[in-house]
Design a protein around this ligand. Structure first.
Ligand code: LLP
Length: 429
């Protein structure tokens, strides 16, 4: 993270605070976010794309995060009624919200229309029908007289070079409308025929953890033919900018991403009057966050390997299990120490797949009781955390300028029973 530094004793500090002391104070596992890093990335996005660039909240959302992104001039992309709820609870003005989702419910759409969200990204014909039914003949919902701005989501048929589960731009996709099939053209016509909606632009998202900005340029080139004759004022290229999880991975900057997209627009005859936007999630929050664990068990299997077990695992970071994602591990008490020892960092869950870092290198003297950190866990970590094995979810703290504030409190054992209706509980229907 931005403010990471190592003190004279070799200990890692973030936001002006000793990382091991944070583990002591707030317990482990713990998500620690460097607030200045978050702010810097938001500003980079804003500078690269300008007004309308949205933070994709699916990567990490709590009220503090929503408020921070909005303070830094971003809009928010929400893809469910739940994300919408949290964003509104954070005080985000509805006109700065972009509503996504391939299966938006009638309730979600009705709420979005009533609020007058900034954009609804239309994803299916069924959704257009639902919008039509909600708007009725008057084209109005309640007292609102202003038409609802919408984007039509198009699948450009571009294959991003990334994991199959997070690839979204190809023709065979549950998202958006295909170009080749003519579905996109029909969607545009049907949206335009509805009173109460105003088609302002197109949207395309090709995938996530994309390292080649050329893939985005390719998507723009494919979209341009369709986009230009429509005379629309907005083109959103989605999110997906990749970030390095392990040292040495080259990753394009937000500015390079925007430049590639703008260049492709220019080359394809999409003029500067068109607002080109994006909605990065991972690139905003991944690097600002790290997870702190406590080492509980070190099991040496002679001739096989050493397992270092920590007090979290797939419940706070399912990405290694889901996508085979690689992370690094290090000891914040000896942040610059040589790491000659090859170990496998695993969690405390009851399955062998519960791996945190499959091939970690750690200092020789790693021992039970150590705080172990995995960097770059700020995106899709807490967001995808679960209570598997009834492990309470970690706390999340933001650190900045020598101060730490809890933005999501640690779940308690009682929280695990909050929704549980037991045999002795009254009032069960
Ligand atoms: N916009 C749309 C329409 C999306 O579907 C996504 C991500 C984003 C923006 C943000 O993408 P980002 O900039 O964060 O790559 N759980 C997976 C990632 C799933 C991404 C889904 N959509 C992971 O942990 O890698």
């Amino acid at each position: 993270p931005e403010t990471a530094e190592v003190d004279g004793a070799g200990r890692l500090r973030v936001g002006g605070l000793d990382v091991c002391e944070l583990a002591e104070r707030f317990g482990t596992p713990l998500f620690v976010y460097d607030e200045l890093d978050l702010r810097r990335r938001c500003r980079e996005a804003r500078a690269a794309f300008g007004e309308g660039v949205a933070y994709a909240t699916k990567a990490f959302l709590c009220r503090a995060m929503a408020a921070l992104a909005v303070e830094e001039g971003l809009w928010l992309d929400v893809s469910t009624g739940g994300e919408l709820h949290v964003a509104l609870a954070a005080g985000v003005p509805p006109e700065r919200l972009v509503l996504h989702g391939n299966n938006k419910s009638e309730e979600e759409l009705a709420q979005a229309l009533e609020l007058g969200v900034g954009r609804i990204v239309v994803d299916s014909f069924d959704e257009i029908d639902r919008l039509g039914a909600l708007l009725g003949r008057s084209g109005r919902v309640g007292e609102r007289r202003v038409p609802q701005p919408v984007l039509v989501r198009v699948t450009p048929g571009v294959e991003a070079h990334t994991h199959e589960f997070v690839r979204t731009g190809q023709d065979d996709s549950k998202f958006g409308f295909g170009l080749a099939s003519g579905a996109a053209a029909e969607a545009v016509a049907r949206v335009r025929a509805l009173a109460g909606l105003e088609l302002v632009g197109l949207h395309a998202h090709i995938g996530s953890q994309v390292f080649k900005v050329a893939s985005f340029a390719e998507a723009v080139a494919v979209l341009a033919e369709f986009f230009r004759p429509l005379g629309l004022g907005e083109l959103c290229v989605g999110g997906g900018l990749g970030v390095p999880y392990v040292t040495g991975e080259p990753a394009p900057t937000m500015a390079e991403w925007a430049a590639a997209v703008r260049g492709a627009c220019e080359a394809a005859g999409i003029g500067p009057e068109v607002r080109v936007t994006a909605e990065p999630g991972r690139a905003i929050v991944a690097r600002a966050g790290m997870t702190l664990y406590r080492v509980g068990t070190v099991k040496e299997l002679p001739g096989i390997r050493t397992y270092v077990a920590v007090d979290g695992g797939m419940s706070d970071n399912p990405r290694p299990v889901l996508y085979g994602s690689g992370y690094e591990a290090f000891l914040p008490r000896a942040a610059l120490a040589a790491r000659p020892r090859a170990v496998r960092v695993v969690g405390k869950h009851c399955e062998s797949g519960d791996v945190v870092v499959a091939d970690a290198r750690v200092p020789e003297d790693l021992a039970v009781g150590d705080v172990l950190a995995t960097p770059v866990t700020g995106a899709y970590g807490y967001a995808m955390a679960s209570n598997y094995n009834k492990v309470p979810r970690p706390a999340v703290v933001f650190v900045a300028e020598g101060r730490a504030r809890v933005v999501v409190r640690r779940e308690t054992l009682d929280d695990l029973l909050r929704l549980d209706v037991g045999p002795g509980d009254a009032g069960v229907a």
